[in-house]
Design a protein around this ligand. Structure first.
Ligand code: AMP
Ligand code: ZN
Ligand code: FE
Ligand code: FE
Length: 281
């Protein structure tokens, strides 16, 4: 019995609709899933309806990019429901800041002599939040990059010529806003934090004191030993060990719903533990 609690759809920078993701989850024999599009809850209604029809348990979620120390941390927020509230109201402002950043990325690319318009990029993202993978797709189509990593290396990654930062919440602020919205904040893929395995305990403990509810302990990019270490830390701190594939369809090739690169298996206990610690609204 397995679940997948980290999935991106066409409502942000994934290439599959929530309904198509539910079909993939069914094929992977998942019992539960969460949709976690960047900065938006717009896909939740469709995902929930499709999951209910397929008999798969469903959690509403989102993934935010937040500032922590001098770097970026990704935070998954579960049980955040569309309809307004302290965190969702801030997310609206963050989407505006993202739109400003996107205009500035287009200007940077044009200054580099690249033939690209914002209209082309927003056509690529369709109904969803526009992110850098959509810029990458347009750059590839027009022959300026060979694939998504190449587009990031040449232009879009931090430190590259068309990189533009955007407004983010502070980690502690995001945790407090999530709790004020009766939602559970969880640190995504903690191996990207630049903290050693030995350093994780203190970082997680400090954030647990302000309301952190879990850690993404099961993730395809780290070894089984690190997954076990993170599960142990969650147990010690009394927070939930979650996990997921970070599926984005063809924007992140090689990752499949439910199994990531192939060896991922998130026990359905992750889903049950989240439900058990769910705050009553
Ligand atoms: P944004 O939210 O618009 O800043 O874009 C973030 C998205 O870009 C995430 O989904 C990442 O998976 C993707 N991304 C970030 N850095 C890279 C990279 N170096 N190569 C490929 N994809 C990346
Ligand atoms: Zn993404
Ligand atoms: Fe992430
Ligand atoms: Fe993600």
């Amino acid at each position: 019995m397995a679940v997948d609690l980290h999935l991106h759809s066409t409502f942000s920078d994934g290439t599959e609709s929530p309904t198509a993701i539910v079909a993939l989850a069914t094929r992977a024999h998942l019992t539960g899933m969460a949709l976690t599009d960047h900065d938006t809850l717009d896909g939740i209604a469709e995902g929930r309806a499709a999951a209910a029809a397929a008999g798969i348990s469903f959690l509403a979620g989102t993934e935010l990019s937040v500032e922590w120390r001098d770097r970026t941390m990704h935070m998954l927020v579960y049980f955040l429901e569309p309809g307004g509230g302290p965190l969702e109201d801030r997310m609206t402002a963050l989407r505006d800041s993202r739109a400003d950043r996107n205009r500035r990325i287009v200007e940077c690319l044009q200054e580099l002599g690249i033939d690209i318009t914002l209209t082309e990029v927003t056509a690529e993202s369709g109904e969803g939040v526009t992110g850098r993978p959509h810029f990458a797709a347009v750059l590839i189509r027009k022959g300026y990059a060979t694939d998504i990593p190449d587009a990031f290396d040449r232009y879009l990654a931090a430190g590259r010529p068309a990189y533009v930062n955007r407004e983010r919440l502070q980690a502690v602020e995001a945790i407090r806003l999530a709790r004020a919205s009766s939602a559970i904040p969880v640190i995504a893929h903690p191996h990207t934090l630049g903290v050693s395995a030995a350093g994780f305990h203190d970082v997680f403990e400090e954030l647990t004191e302000v309301g952190l509810g879990g850690i993404e302990a099961y993730y395809g990019e780290y070894a089984p030993e690190l997954r076990e270490h993170l599960v142990d830390l969650c147990r010690q701190l009394g927070i939930v060990a979650t996990g997921g594939s970070d599926f984005h369809g063809s924007y992140k090739p090689g990752l499949s719903v439910g199994v990531g690169k192939g060896d991922l298996r998130v026990p359905d206990r992750a889903f049950d533990d989240l439900i058990a610690t769910r705050p009553v609204a």
